[in-house]
Design a protein around this ligand. Structure first.
Ligand SMILES: [Mn+2]
Length: 438
């Protein structure tokens, strides 16, 4: 069979999280991996690059970091390679201008999802515009990501038929978990069902899920997530320790169909060690840590030490963390991260609420409060019961998390009080309305 001519070749990147990590070395390693990714795109002579959200770790990152990232992105345009992107949950700004908008205005790349909040009048579907990559004729559109899956409402409003009727080879950029494609053991409860995506696109360039996925779905083309480079949280480093490879997809479009190949990018080894400090004295924990340190070959590696449990006596600061860290660094470890937020003194064990991150702590607190709320069993009215249902148990926690995200928005400096109130109402009402419809 004769192969059809290549229409375009592009690189699919996502979740770069530039500017993440407080440790200078980790942020440098992430930037180096990004630079290597850009070089690989140039070497592979792609026509364009798509970035499916979370290019930056925040909407207004440190300017030194921005400057460095810009020099790499500029290398793409210097080679005639176009860049198309959408915001992710990290670099979207609910209240104002994101660094993405500034760089898009400067012509460094093209943002395919429209700026700011989409608002559609009642009963009218959301019609996303297409951007055409002129040299190849490929058409791109997409939906950005927001925190806690707040973008889900946009999918509900989407005019899919309108997108499906557009002719040509189309790419859809998005930054959301798709319910049907969740990695095992990592449920994103805010997932968007596959049926809410428009059909018939050649390639669906995803971001948000930090696990590499690439599947062909009936009626859809290739749906893919490349995953992050170094990522932005401990779990991303732990995945590296478990053997995950990081990089991007090199995609070839031929006759309206996509084939892809994963291009790995080099990252240092990650070593994870967990130390159980339960019912041990600070001196015993120090000895355990020294034993671990002596048993490891840490040269050129990122070392993550996690120390958990309730000490039998004393306090966490009496453990020799500083010495252990110095030893590991002297042995050539690139970075040593010691997590001891779950290490407690015997007397303080009771009153603490613990969790790996802010989201987890919030969820624990909400779970505690919703557990004490039990609606009157005498209420039999169907509608009331339905409303009560999403205020109790797991539903209650998820409602609370979404409401918190919607209410977290702050008043813009130049915004009138009435406009601010209206904006908050618009954020909150669909949450309650969609819950009610379920
Ligand atoms: Mn991300």
């Amino acid at each position: 069979m004769e192969e059809r001519p290549v229409q375009a070749r592009f690189a699919h990147l996502a979740d770069l999280h530039i500017g993440a990590w407080r440790e200078r070395m980790l942020s440098t390693l992430n930037m180096t991996a990004f630079a290597e990714t850009i070089s690989a795109c140039i070497l592979k002579r792609v026509d364009f690059v798509v970035i499916a959200g979370d290019l930056f770790d925040g909407n207004l990152p440190d300017l030194g970091v921005v400057r460095e990232a810009v020099t790499h992105l500029k290398r793409l345009s210097d080679h005639g390679i176009r860049t198309y992107l959408t915001y992710g949950s990290h670099d979207y700004s609910p209240t104002g201008t994101s660094i993405i908008d500034i760089l898009a205005s400067a012509g460094l790349f093209c943002r395919v999802s429209p700026e700011g909040d989409h608002q559609t009048a009642d009963g009218e579907g959301l019609r996303l515009p297409f951007v055409i990559d002129q040299p190849t004729g490929v058409k791109l559109t997409g939906i950005y990501g927001r925190k806690n899956g707040l973008e889900a409402a946009l999918y509900q409003d989407l005019d899919r038929t309108w997108l499906e009727e557009e002719e040509g080879t189309k790419i859809f950029l998005f930054h959301s978990a798709i319910s049907e494609l969740q990695p095992v053991g990592k449920a994103f409860e805010e997932g968007v069902p596959l049926t809410l995506l428009p059909r018939g696109f050649a390639y669906y360039a995803g971001g948000h899920i930090h696990t590499r996925i690439s599947v062909q779905m009936d009626g859809y083309g290739t749906i893919a997530y490349p995953g992050p480079l170094l990522g932005h949280q401990i779990q991303d480093l732990e995945a590296l320790a478990a053997g995950a490879s990081r990089g991007f997809f090199l995609v070839t479009l031929r006759g309206g169909e996509a084939t892809s190949e994963f291009i790995p990018v080099h990252l240092p080894d990650v070593i994870v060690e967990r130390v159980d400090a339960d019912q041990k004295s600070p001196a015993e924990v120090t000895a355990l840590l020294e034993e671990v340190q002596n048993s490891l070959d840490v040269a050129g590696a990122i070392v993550l030490l996690s120390v958990k449990g309730t000490l039998s006596s004393g306090a966490p600061h009496q453990v020799g963390f500083k010495e252990v860290r110095q030893h590991l660094e002297a042995d050539g470890a690139l970075v040593v991260k010691i997590s001891r937020s779950n290490l407690r003194s015997p007397d303080k064990a009771e009153q603490m609420i613990t969790g790996e991150n802010r989201d987890e702590i919030e969820r624990t607190i909400f779970a505690k409060s919703t557990a004490t709320f039990s609606p009157d069993s005498k209420i039999t009215d169907g509608k009331t019961r339905k409303i009560l249902e999403f205020l109790t148990g797991e539903n209650g926690v998820s409602t609370a998390v979404r409401l918190l995200a919607a209410l977290e928005e702050e008043k813009r400096e130049d915004e009138r009080k009435d406009d601010f109130t209206l904006r908050i109402r618009r954020g909150v009402e669909p949450l309650l309305r969609h819950q009610e419809d379920r």
